[in-house]
Design a binder for this molecule. Structure first.
Ligand SMILES: [Zn+2]
Length: 422
């Protein structure tokens, strides 16, 4: 069994939108309130030299902060207008953030990423999602009408709201494990966490029997390939390319340092005018010739390499798609230069693929890479802040799938092959 998040945009009226905003704001308020309490407890804990067990229990155990919620509800009755599950999860979320901080301090996080002690959350900056963490508890579905329970008003009257899913949920109700309501750029979404048999993943809408591959260019290697047979292969650059590029750099700097030794040549022409030019030194000419021989070698070798690769790929596949690569990451350094070189190589590779496809009567498609990196291929969750370039592997926060960055984006690209939108 696999857990996937299935995200459906919601159709909401202005009033319902305001009601959801209000629920989210209250959870956000509770989070900040608990954080303030946590900050005090942390101070106490430090002041006690680690002896304050009560503070430690509240801060560092799973249910410590959650157990503070009932008292806060009594003190601030407006919290009662929020359903228990989203409220409880505001506390659990803070506990999770503190746990991550602790792990990071102990050096237990993968990649050694540093995590700060939690910050106060600004609701206007980030909408606090409402998590109903149990199957059909506090929410139910009738066709595309989704009813959400809120809390109780002062007369202990339970109140609720109804939103409409813009598409129906393509799963059986028994598969739904939890529901999260989110808001992004003004639109509300229902993200259902659904348990599915491993096979029930997104289908690729290609004609049956056709073998397709998608190439996701990257600046480390040439590209990452995934195909409809389920293969994932890293395609390395031409092995000698790095050596040639390094040699080119050397020759160029040697040649350019000879410039100072060039001399001014002057001679009179028959018509009385004077010709002047700077005559480079012999050394300069020698380096310059060597450099141009190397450029020619690079062109020829890469051409052979790219044609061999394209021929090989079209021997195996009927359709090849490639992302419209744009260079990302890196400042102005040799790495960037390399990635620029690589970019021009990928440009030539595309031309080569197109040419071979035409000759072989096969298909070449250039596809938009928009969002391929930050959308989880398994559940479609769109990571709001994207995946930073240095993060090579990540876990989807919705379905928990562990992703290799390039593989995930290549699989998304492959999914787009069926309906290319440039
Ligand atoms: Zn996911």
């Amino acid at each position: 069994m696999n857990k996937i998040g299935y995200k459906i945009p919601l159709d909401t009226t202005v009033e319902v939108g305001q009601a959801l905003d209000s629920q989210s704001k209250k959870c956000n308020w509770l989070y900040n309130q608990l954080l303030q309490r946590a900050n005090e407890l942390k101070g106490q804990f430090i002041a006690s030299d680690g002896q304050d067990n009560e503070a430690a229990r509240t801060l560092y155990t799973k249910t410590g902060l959650r157990n503070l919620v009932p008292a806060l509800k009594a003190e601030h009755p407006f919290l009662k207008t929020v359903y228990s599950s989203p409220l409880k999860n505001a506390a659990l979320r803070l506990t999770a953030a503190i746990t991550e901080y602790q792990k990071s301090r102990r050096g237990e996080r993968a990649n050694g990423h540093q995590v700060d002690w939690p910050h106060f959350r600004k609701w206007k900056k980030k909408w606090f999602s409402l998590l109903y963490d149990e199957p059909w508890k506090g929410y139910w579905l009738n066709g595309r009408e989704l009813t959400l329970s809120f809390g109780q008003d002062e007369n202990r009257k339970q109140y609720q709201t109804v939103v409409t899913l813009t598409e129906s949920l393509p799963f059986d109700k028994s598969q739904v494990k939890q529901l999260r309501i989110t808001k992004e750029v003004g639109t509300f979404y229902a993200v259902f966490t659904v348990e599915v048999a491993s096979k029930e993943k997104k289908e690729i809408a290609l004609p049956p029997g056709l073998k397709a591959a998608y190439l996701d260019p990257n600046h480390k290697n040439l590209a990452y390939l995934v195909d409809t047979l389920g293969n994932g292969i890293e395609i390395d650059n031409m092995p000698t390319l790095k050596l040639i590029d390094r040699r080119i750099d050397e020759l160029k700097s040697k040649r350019d340092s000879c410039l100072r030794q060039s001399r001014l040549v002057e001679f009179g022409r028959d018509d009385g005018s004077v010709h002047r030019h700077w005559e480079p030194s012999r050394r300069w000419k020698w380096y310059n010739n060597a450099l141009h021989r190397l450029y020619r070698l690079r062109r020829e070798q890469t051409k052979t390499f790219l044609f061999t690769l394209a021929n090989e790929l079209y021997r195996q596949y009927d359709v090849i798609g490639i992302g419209n690569y744009t260079p990302h990451g890196g400042g102005i350094n040799s790495g960037m230069r390399r990635s620029m070189n690589n970019q021009s190589l990928i440009g030539r590779f595309k031309q080569t693929l197109a040419w071979v496809a035409e000759r072989e009567g096969k298909t070449f498609i250039e596809l938009s890479e928009y969002k391929t990196t930050k959308v989880c291929h398994d559940c479609g969750y769109d990571v709001p802040d994207g995946i930073p370039p240095e993060v090579r592997e990540w876990d989807c926060p919705v379905c928990g799938t562990h992703h290799i960055r390039d593989e995930n984006s290549a699989r998304n690209g492959l999914g787009r092959l069926g309906s290319p939108k440039i």
